[in-house]
Design a protein around this ligand. Structure first.
Ligand code: UTP
Length: 355
């Protein structure tokens, strides 16, 4: 069995971060989202992975390489225009040949990975297999209707949902999906939809199975999803501050993980929190569910439930920061000189909430 991971989308809902980098490389608990997907696939024993890349492909190639780090072989497949999930499968046809394959959306995260679910698919000899999760707001998802454990209908964002079982971003297919994709037309939004291909398989007598996953699933497409995914991963993290340089006036409470060459001076850290390498925290408070990447500096400030990416410096901020997703090499500081004014240099689609 092979796998493809889809990373060719534009990531518009994560602007401005996605103007300069792929959303798949945004760190969750200091590890790029995409690493979790590669690990989940590797844990299934799958060795050949095709990464579907678009505009941000070069960044992804640089970060992931040939997959040796994970003991897998990574091939890169270009999808120049993000014309839908089923269109990505068309682009991967040469790579996939007639093999069965796992399709994984590169911005998805599952607590238990995917290994527990692919056995049932293999045993049941299905032509397609989908993973489902119960949701509170089924009108916003692709929803599956089941009968005797088999999928009988999939509907994108139904007005009157027949179930609360949403399709998550992990699918298994055999070669018949190619026939299905060749038979469907682009949807109203101009994309080749994978749900339409699945419905075609059902309508033409192919066997489509499903399993409801245990544990959480998160699609990290929006800033609030990144913060929540970060919280969920940090919930399971163990304490390890053995490499940190912590002075006597600092307090580190609970499950806190700190990298190498990091200094904590006169500060309080209340876990779960992860702090990378070469970080400086001075006269500050770092509260629960916060991730600080390598090279970050926090001085005389308070922050919680936030993700701060590499080399960013935050200094002298009066109010406590919360629910922040801050990109690379950003400066946030308190003006010392007169006139005391707000001074912003912000990219398009930035968002600032002031006290
Ligand atoms: P999304 O539906 O979240 O789209 O894609 P997007 O373009 O990434 O984000 P927005 O809507 O502009 O904010 C789900 C996953 O499928 C990939 C995306 O990269 C993401 O990992 N994808 C989507 C493709 O690889 N190709 C496509 O044609 C569409």
């Amino acid at each position: 069995m092979k796998a493809i991971i889809l990373c060719a989308g534009k990531g518009t809902r994560l602007r401005p971060l996605t103007y300069t980098s792929a959303k798949h490389l945004i760190p969750i608990a200091n590890k790029p989202v995409l690493f979790y997907g590669i690990e989940a696939i590797r844990d299934c024993g799958i060795k050949d992975i095709g990464l579907i890349i678009g505009e941000t492909g070069e960044d992804i190639k640089e970060e992931i390489g040939n997959g040796a780090k994970w003991g897998v072989n990574i091939s890169y497949i270009e999808q120049k225009e993000a014309l839908g999930l089923a269109h990505a499968v068309v682009m991967a046809r040469d790579f996939l040949g007639g093999d069965k394959f796992l399709m994984y959306l590169g911005d998805n995260l599952l607590k238990n990975g995917v290994k527990p679910y692919i056995r049932k698919c293999k045993e049941g000899d299905y032509n397609a297999f989908v993973l489902l999760t119960k949701v509170d707001n089924p009108r916003q998802f692709g929803i599956a209707e089941l009968e005797d454990g088999k999928v009988v209908r999939v509907v994108e964002k139904p007005q009157k949902p027949a179930s609360n079982l949403a399709l998550i971003g992990v699918y298994l297919f055999d070669k018949n999906v190619h026939l299905a994709i060749d038979s469907i037309k682009p949807s109203a939004r101009g994309e080749l939809e994978i749900t339409d291909a699945i419905q075609w398989l059902i309508d033409n007598g192919y066997k489509v199975g499903a399993e409801v996953i245990k544990g959480w699933w998160k699609d990290t497409g929006k800033p609030e999803d990144i913060l929540e995914a970060n919280r969920l991963i940090l919930e399971d993290m163990e304490r390890d501050i053995s490499e940190a340089m912590v002075d006597e006036s600092s307090q580190i409470l609970g499950r806190v993980k700190i990298g190498k060459s990091t200094e904590i001076i006169n500060s309080k850290i209340l876990g779960p929190v992860i702090i990378g390498n070469k970080v400086r925290v001075i006269d500050s408070y770092i509260g629960p569910f916060t991730s600080l990447s390598d090279g970050v500096e926090i001085k005389k400030s308070e922050i919680e439930y936030s993700v701060v990416i590499e080399e960013t410096k935050i200094e002298n901020i009066r109010g406590r920061m919360q629910r922040c997703l801050i990109g690379k090499d950003v400066r946030i500081y308190h003006s010392k000189d007169l006139p005391l004014v707000y001074e912003f240099i912000l990219g398009d689609h930035s968002k600032v909430g002031l006290l």
